[in-house]
Design a protein around this ligand. Sequence first.
Ligand code: GDP
Length: 433
Amino acid sequence: NSVVAIVGRPNVGKSTIFNRLVGERISIVEDIPGVTRDRIYSSAEWLNVSFRLIDTGGIEIGDEPILVQIREQASVAIREADVIIFLVNGREGVTAADEEVAKILYKSNKPVVLAVNKIDNPEMKEQMYEFYSLGFGDPYPISGTHGLGLGDLLDAVVELFPEHENEDEKEDTIHFSLIGRPNVGKSSLVNALLNEQRVIVSNVAGTTRDAIDTSFNRDGQDYVIIDTAGMRKRGKIYETTEKYSILRALRAIERSDVVLPLIDADTGIIEQDKKIAGYAHEAGRAVVIVVNKWDTIDQHDKAIKEFEEKIRAHFPFLDYAPIVFLSAKTKRRLHTLLPEIDIASENHSKRIETNVLNDVIMDALAVSPPPTKHGKRLKVLYATQVSVKPPTFVVFVNDPELMHFSYERFLENKIREAFGFEGTPIKIFARKR
Ligand code: GDP
């Protein structure tokens, strides 16, 4: 998928436009303690072309001077995006800060579409002309608050997307990536895995600039491993700052079916591990937790059970994820990893027939009747699976306001009991019927 970034000085309306372009998806947020709220990437779609949008505003640093923030933001956009939307404010005209942004973008050689925001009615269009001076050709007048002009803007953006290679890849190929803080053993595990496999192609150039994709086949199943760690090891392309490694991880997650958060058995679990694993969950990817460096642990009978309890306590939001204990160094238990990836991936794209699903839901309703609120009782009419990756269910009810988080959780558990879904998050939304 192509990546689009919105760049502009503070207050031009970046987040309004971002939210408009992402549509209602942005409002579908889960309220799970411990899961990060930084939503840097979101998916969007225009005329059947799906793309990803970076909220560069989300990575602005609070107290830095405006110029520093602008530079920072623009450089992230230039690195990550295929097309940049340069946003200015039609009510204020060209400012020095806009010119600063223009200068940086000009040097980048990235395709830029200039959008003039806050043009709320046709009479205001005259105010756009001065923006020709920024040197990005025809400005596109838009209104974030009224949602005007976005279609033309998106036409122009989509037009500039690069042609993607690799799109003939087989549909059932499993894409997976390893994420984790430095030194948990990501590179070691990638190498250990690939040394065991007959590697088909290793694609450095391709569509991504921040990961190495390597394809292999095992027992008839195709895999692509998306390796971001190896890139850093080469040392030149990216800085090693935390922010860039997070962006790189997010990009890898976006392209993955299955994400493997790595835990270092030797050093144990720290806060940063939780945050990184949270990204995989938030993105709705299948997850297999890997505890690496298992060779460093005293191998007594209960070692695995004890470590598993620790993980479950630290990652309650990943209760569906299987845990694999292995050593990239000695290759002990390495063979247990791919089978878990297979299962998680299969469940991630599993579809349940509506009638079978409703049998389960009706049984659940019988076991535990829906809650009441202000004397009104929730009525569940029927449920249907609306999408996969991750499996997403809509439950039609009399009044969505009456659906309580704990009841949703109860239904989720019943669905999991009946259909498995090990390794994948599932989503449930209540809609009014
Ligand atoms: P990355 O930063 O996550 O890619 O981590 P590396 O793969 O570079 O590994 C960091 C360090 O941990 C290196 O010194 C590795 O040799 C070591 N390491 C990786 N996997 C294992 C393992 O399974 N057991 C032990 N004992 N050390 C490991």
